[in-house]
Design a protein around this ligand. Structure first.
Ligand code: CDP
Ligand code: CDP
Length: 211
């Protein structure tokens, strides 16, 4: 069983994917971390994220990097969204995502193009959204609770810039896949969002069984 969870920054897709993982007993891959690892590697080597060859050279990171807390910052999120435009970068990361998706027993992946490109035959597809303001507020609260000094206006601007870049790129743009269910978490607690996600997945699985 493969479950695809896509959506924009801070929509809650990671939280929902992890909760679905616990509920269905499946491993979860946050695919955004792969693009973040490439973004951070470009930064560290002094490369240009907008230059395809520099970004591609940064794709050979080893898996230990995926635990680096530096990957979590919005600055690295922005770099990730710049390197992820390049088709060769996306291609370089496809195999590990598909290998994860097709492991025996099944898997859950969250990202931008899971249901459209990585696993279009997924058994269940959820597209998680929330308003820009709610998403910026979540990032604001996260930063505050980690001792940061966030600025709401720049968080909103960063999220809007990332949305625009992710939705308008030529390769694997962020969009709702055929057959995906929308889940707007703007006014939902985490528990309520998770319960709705489980109900949507169960209903999709049931429809597939009856098809
Ligand atoms: O993975 P993504 O960037 O889409 O979002 P996330 O990391 O799952 O969630 C971003 C933040 O929003 C986290 O601090 C979550 O606890 C919070 N959140 C929330 O307040 N309400 C929800 N329904 C989902 C997430
Ligand atoms: O957690 P958040 O939603 O803020 O970001 P993320 O999921 O870690 O993704 C960071 C960036 O990587 C996104 O803005 C996308 O540009 C890119 N990405 C992608 O292109 N395809 C994916 N499957 C996952 C992330």
């Amino acid at each position: 069983m493969i479950i695809a969870v896509d959506g924009p920054a801070a929509s809650g897709k990671g939280t929902i994917a992890k909760a679905l993982g616990r509920h269905y007993g499946l491993p979860v891959l946050d695919t955004g971390l792969l693009y973040r690892a490439v973004g951070l590697a470009v930064l560290k080597t002094g490369g240009d994220p907008d230059h395809e060859a520099d970004a591609l050279a940064a794709c050979s990171f080893n898996d230990g990097v995926l635990a680096d807390p530096a990957l979590r910052s919005e600055a690295v999120g922005s770099l990730a969204s710049r390197v992820s435009i390049h088709p060769s970068v996306r291609q370089a990361l496809v195999k590990r995502q598909r290998d994860f998706a097709t492991q025996p027993g099944g898997a859950i992946l969250d990202g931008r193009d899971i249901a459209t490109v990585i696993a279009p035959d997924a058994d269940a597809k959820i597209f998680v959204t929330a308003s820009v303001h709610v998403r910026a507020q979540r990032r604001y609260d996260d930063a505050l609770s980690h001792g940061g000094h966030p600025d709401m206006d720049s968080l909103i601007a960063d999220i809007q810039a990332r949305d625009t870049r992710d939705m308008s790129r030529d390769h694997a743009p962020l969009r709702v896949a055929d057959g995906a269910d929308l889940l707007d978490t703007s006014n939902l607690t985490i528990d309520a969002a998770v319960q709705q996600a489980i109900a949507l997945v169960d209903a999709q699985l049931e429809r597939r069984r009856n098809a």
